[in-house]
Design a protein. Structure first.
Length: 201
């Protein structure tokens, strides 16, 4: 998966015989850089998102991933943003780097759950992505991923072939309209203004 991370998302999907269905790309203008927020089910979210979004995008990833031999250097070379959640100063600088990338027209993808979830529900949201969007003046692009957990579970080692994966791009949201932190889907969550959690749930 290491070499395919940067050079061959399509090849990775073909090897796993994944059928990818993408809906709603027309909701995201090609000339606008977004803070992309999605649920996170599997390592296969990475090639799926790069194949589905069809735009210049870089992922915010936890520092542990950058320690994987081969993978880490490739991620740095490609401009992925490393977040060390144990070092607040370094984490703030990483978000500043992401802000500069947004200003250059690169969309930044972040999973607000902060880690891979169980697939059937969202974990509590971290706040960094919402602060990034506010600070950069960028709209949030909510994206739902469904099916990657059936390809490779969050802590699994077996790749299951022939799975249909659906990616849904939702309407962009102004960061001021979002109250991050509590994933939703219920009427109460939506009414509270948690529009990202509402559509991703």
């Amino acid at each position: 998966m290491t070499s395919g991370l940067l050079n061959g998302p399509r090849r990775l999907l073909q090897q796993a015989k994944i059928t990818l269905d993408v809906e709603g790309l027309e909701r995201a203008p090609a000339n606008e850089a977004f803070v992309v927020m999605s649920n996170h089910q599997s390592h296969y979210d990475i090639p799926v998102m790069f194949q589905a979004l069809r735009r210049r995008v870089r992922m915010v990833a936890k520092s542990e991933l950058f320690k994987i031999p081969g993978w880490g250097p490739a991620m740095r070379l490609a401009g992925f943003v490393e977040i060390d959640r144990k070092d607040r100063v370094a984490a703030i600088e990483s978000l500043e780097s992401a802000k500069r990338a947004l200003a250059r027209g690169t969309s930044i993808w972040i999973a607000p759950e902060g880690t891979r979830g169980p697939g059937d529900k969202l974990l509590p949201f971290k706040q960094g992505g919402f602060h990034l969007a506010l600070g950069a003046g960028a709209r949030i692009l909510p994206v739902s991923i469904d099916g990657t957990a059936r390809v490779l579970a969050a802590h699994g080692r077996t790749v299951h072939e022939g799975v249909e994966v659906r990616v849904t791009v939702h309407e962009p949201v102004q960061p001021a309209q979002v109250r991050g932190g509590t994933p939703g889907g219920t009427g109460a969550a939506c009414a509270a203004g948690d529009r990202v959690g509402c559509v991703l749930a």
